[in-house]
Design a protein around this ligand. Structure first.
Ligand code: 13P
Ligand code: SF4
Length: 343
């Protein structure tokens, strides 16, 4: 039963003491997040991982986050992902072969005038590609200063793999939409609306399937029927959604906005279901709904559940490290260059 599993997880956790540290991303289920020693957005968790001295780090999040933690910790610390199937469909939209091919083509078009930036929601191999080509990683909480930085380095940037975070950030910095081109990795083709020399931003054609569920029609509906409801979304939503919402920011930003909200105020939130449900439960004084009336789960984040966490904990108690995430040494060195520029 669930109670038995909780009892086993608690028992194993207690036995591991200071030798273990558990990180939990804000999108994790309640049954898992209660075991986290710290919760955070991607940036916070990367920073905290780098400061840990525990022998074992269990990452309750998705694969790219555990890879980042492995890159930022010592080689004798083991980073564990309780279910190896907890990937990120957005990160899977840019593989290294496609990226190397795109880079060759883009160099032909633009010469040495491009710097690559990658959202941390990408594989270690993509981060390494970015690191060895002079670029940096970004997260949803620092995309603006990072894009500004990139455009002081070179005339234009390639932004991987989320076109929406890239577009939303570039718009905020005043770059016209027409000067943003899209690189389609399947067709291996640049889609542009202006002459090549005017392009400032090249957006990789990737997206988050969870945040694509929040649509302009949901905003229109609320604006018509409940004009006093504030709309707060994650910048992985489309430009149409972000530009029509009242506020947009990372999972930490969303939490901070709700914590600071006026009692009795009304909110519609466009992000992953576990976080929205937790905010609803934690703030009974506010009226909070999901921007899409059908709650939107991230299926891969949800693969980390109580049974998998209990399994990972009990194996550690028995001296076995299961599901260790280990980035190959040269990839880790190059990826770290990109991460360190951001941090
Ligand atoms: P944050 O950096 O806002 O935590 O977002 C991570 C993520 O995967 C959002 O889909
Ligand atoms: Fe990836 Fe989207 Fe899930 Fe975030 S919500 S982990 S971007 S699939």
């Amino acid at each position: 039963t669930t109670e038995e599993l909780h009892a086993r997880a608690k028992h194993a956790r207690a036995k591991l003491g200071d030798r273990l540290y558990i990180l939990g991303h804000h999108y994790q289920k309640d049954e898992v997040i209660r075991y986290a020693d710290v919760t955070g957005d991607s940036l916070q968790l990367s920073q905290i991982a780098g400061q840990q001295t525990a022998d074992y780090i269990i990452f309750c999040g998705v694969h790219f986050m555990a890879e980042t933690a492995d890159i930022l910790t010592n080689s004798d610390q083991a980073v564990i992902l309780p279910d190896m199937r907890a990937g990120c469909s957005m990160a899977d939209m840019a593989n290294i072969d496609q990226t190397e091919r795109a880079w060759v083509q883009l160099q032909e078009f633009f010469g040495d005038t491009i710097v690559p930036l990658t959202y941390v929601n990408s594989t270690a191999a993509i981060k390494a590609f970015v690191g060895r080509n002079g670029g940096a990683t970004v997260t949803s909480s620092n995309a603006e200063p990072m894009v500004r930085w990139a455009l002081t380095q070179k005339q234009r940037m390639l932004f991987l793999p989320d076109q929406h975070l890239g577009r939303n950030t570039a718009v905020k910095l005043g770059i016209p939409l027409e000067q943003m081109a899209i690189w389609d990795p399947i067709k291996q083709k640049l889609e542009a609306q202006c002459p090549l020399e005017d392009i400032q931003v090249i957006l990789w054609k990737g997206h988050c399937s969870v945040h694509m569920n929040f649509l302009p029609k949901h905003i229109d509906n609320l604006r018509q029927n409940e004009p006093d409801r504030h709309i707060l979304v994650h910048p992985e939503c489309t430009y149409e959604v972000v530009s029509q919402s009242d506020f947009a920011g990372s999972t930490k930003y969303i939490i901070d906005m709700i914590r600071a909200a006026e009692p009795g105020s009304k909110w519609a939130i466009g992000t992953e279901m576990n976080l929205v449900n937790r905010l609803i439960a934690d703030h009974p004084d506010l009226d909070i709904v999901s921007l899409n009336p059908f709650m939107c789960p991230c299926l891969t984040m949800n693969r980390i559940d109580l049974p998998h966490l209990t399994w990972a904990l009990e194996e550690l108690v028995n001296g076995r490290v299961i599901n260790r995430i280990q980035v190959e040494a040269q990839t880790a060195i190059e990826a770290k260059l990109a991460l360190e520029k951001m941090m």
